[in-house]
Design a protein. Sequence first.
Length: 401
Amino acid sequence: MRLRSSEPYWLEKNGIINSYPSLRKNVKTDILIVGGGITGSLIAHQCIDDGYETVLIDKREIAHGSTSATTAMLQYEIDVPLKDLIGKIGVDAAVANYRACADSIDQLGKISETVTSTCGFQKKESLYFAAYKKDIKGLMREFEARKENGFAVEWLTPELIKNKFNMHHTFGGILSAQGASIDAFRLAHDILAYNFKKGLEIYDKTTIATINYQKKGVEVALKNGCEIQAWKLIFCNGFESTEIINEQFVNLISTFAMVGERQPDSSRKIEHTLFWNTADPYIYLRTTEDGRLLIGGEDEAYTNPEQRNASIGDKAKKLEKYLKKILPEYDFVNDFAWAGTFGETKDGLPYIGPHKAFPSTYFVLGFGGNGITFSVIGMEIISCLLKGKPHTLAPYYRFER
């Protein structure tokens, strides 16, 4: 499965950061991680910190899957609003999940500092605004739910939004104090390079042929004939997990994004804020650290790479038209446009933990708009699971929930 198309801005911006060899020998290790994107890098960081011998492999070059295509808007809000999640899993559980996502943003900032990353981690506000007048009532209920449960939020009228951001055609919105943005491609590379120096073994262009799952470990045969023996296997392969798990547990969605030419002067009013609206599918936008505007959305059900890729031009035009509507004074010139694929769960929550069909194996699948923050939460959950300890959020992320 191809998870992105065209060349995303992050690949063009960063080029080749680090390259690693393919695995051409037999290996025995404590932990084998499959997936070299931002999720795999974070889980590897935790495993090395916990003292496990760890090997990470990827069939592509490192971070060239979904991580290279992500827009990396770090928000504590998940795709299911807090008021709706309360209805699904209860107040305490819903608030705990939202709070964990909020805390994970700060934790990711600390990790960025620890590995001395140049990913441009920036704390930002987040504005969730009504795309249509009919959305105001529901958005106000969401505002009250967050406020009642201790989240730092402020209600902005259309006039305040226009004055603060020079943004038109909104109907009010929730301004949250907690948010951030990063270059996830760069951060994944920086985390892996940091842990490579501490003993993490990294192999790209390494493809699995078969896996023998056993109660006391796994035996992985590679297509080149080499073998890996591991105590635990951790899949951090996102949407490609649908090729492994024989059940319908996630819906695959195609999403589209584009980045404009550098306009640092035009970006002043919006550079410290993340934006997303109540439309379904929703539109989101933010600036990059070098003064570009990134906008994405126009999601649709995934069919195949060819059909998705053929839509990039039309989708970019629609995104640009909407951008012109809400930011009419912004001089946007499209510089990069691409498509990617992400997973959508019924409750907006990830799948993290074991699956009954795969002994000695864990999955860290941060689906939805909060894939990166869920991966940070996954670090703590995996650490607990490996030590045989419970985690309060693990029941909400289990398979067959």
